[in-house]
Design a protein around this ligand. Sequence first.
Ligand code: XMP
Length: 515
Amino acid sequence: MSVATIEEVLVLDFGGQYSQLIARRIRECGVFAELLPATAPIETIVRRSPKALVLSGGPASVHDPGAPAFPEQLIELGVPVLGICYGMQAMAKALGGKVEAAESGEFGRTDLTVIGDGGMLLGGLPTEQHCWMSHRDSVTEAPPGFSPIAASPGSPVAALESSEQGLYGIQFHPEVVHTPYGTEVLNRFLREVAGCEQQWNPASVVAEQVEAIRDQVGDGKVICGLSGGVDSSVAAKLVHEAIGENLTCVFVDHGLMRSNEAEQVVEAFGQFGIPLVHVDAEQRFLERLAGVTEPETKRKIIGEEFIRVFEEEATKLTDVDYLVQGTLYSDVIESGGSDHAATIKSHHNVGGLPEDLDFELVEPLRMLFKDEVRAVGTELGLPDRMVWRQPFPGPGLGIRIVGGEVNRERLDILRAADHILQEEIRAGNLYRSLWQSFCVLPAIRSVGVQGDGRTYAYPIVIRAVTSEDAMTADWARLPYDLLEKVSNRIINEVSGVNRVALDISSKPPSTIEWE
Ligand code: XMP
């Protein structure tokens, strides 16, 4: 993204679990923020001309040998600095304050008492408030020139500032929702201390990206693989806004989508007039999956076949030089940061494409978090159903038929059951609050009784989870009434099913998908 002209704040990452969240919150305050490793050379930081710097928390103790140090050259930049948690401790230690190891740290909700007038960050806020802490060491003495502005039971100096030097520190986490005045503190730092004025929002990305895409591809021809998911749909729509008919989307329909999903993609892109090649490859996929029961083999076959079909279509189109990828900022960070070269999004993704397809990448979402991509999607007029779609694995229903072959009969049963679950979850207004909700078909049969006869049919497992990022997940406490309705409907309406079970395992130790 050509963000050079945008006011930006850099978050120097000391490895804390909330570093990404800090950047997200700053953006929610309407100021563009990016993450850099805390070890980034000072020249890199200078080149970016940030309006302010934020130092994140981190797992180390400032007393550990080799613990990351406060980059003292930052002070010479004359840019305001806010240290959070470890960031504050590193700053305090480097500048002559005292940081001491405590017997027991402070973890979770903690009382915070504002000291004196509370300075720029806490002035005028309630003297007694709560905050969220996660630390063992604490600052026991502020460095010369700094005033302590808050204390907590375990932190004599829980916040400090030297407004003359433009240096600020807070031991608590303003970025988590459990710190009620966290956003206020961040806002004050950004607006009042750092003087950030611009209002950044995901919608402003649209105009800017349209320009950037035009600059990058000119009159070139561009191809985009669609999965039906929000990332590839938003990326495609954005590129289409920029270059119109020079974009061709390819939707490889592997026949492993949920009910009506393929139709929805075709319809939405048709309405927008975006050139779309819909490849109905169900037969090919099913032929290759016949007799395969081992989950990794299924995954591999689906991935390989996907690439083959995509390649065939790509070579039918002439003169294509560019490939659109829905890479997100979290992928960029995870693969080594924004200063690194483009990395093809292959993790967990059936759309990971072979390197010998010699395209230059167009990645219009590289700077965006998932929630921002959704906002951009809405801004571009994509239907809510697409923008708010729950994550769906690239290999689709292929990995939700477990312990046996994936075939048309089982897919139809699973699709029908899943459709009922989705309908009821949506009707109960729960769809957006769940990270994922879906059905699984274990390829076993058991006995049941329906009418006067015995049945020998498949079970369906309901899996619904809440999660922030899929790394951990909890099983969703769906209302009993809803479960009852779903169970009755599935057994009554889907022939081939005589039993419905609910998965009540969290991740870890289970995973979200069954496979
Ligand atoms: P697990 O099952 O590992 O899933 O807890 C974590 C998240 O990743 C998704 N997932 C996949 N996505 N291709 C994908 O594109 C895959 O092969 C795949 N396997 C799991 C899963 O839906 C969940 O959101």
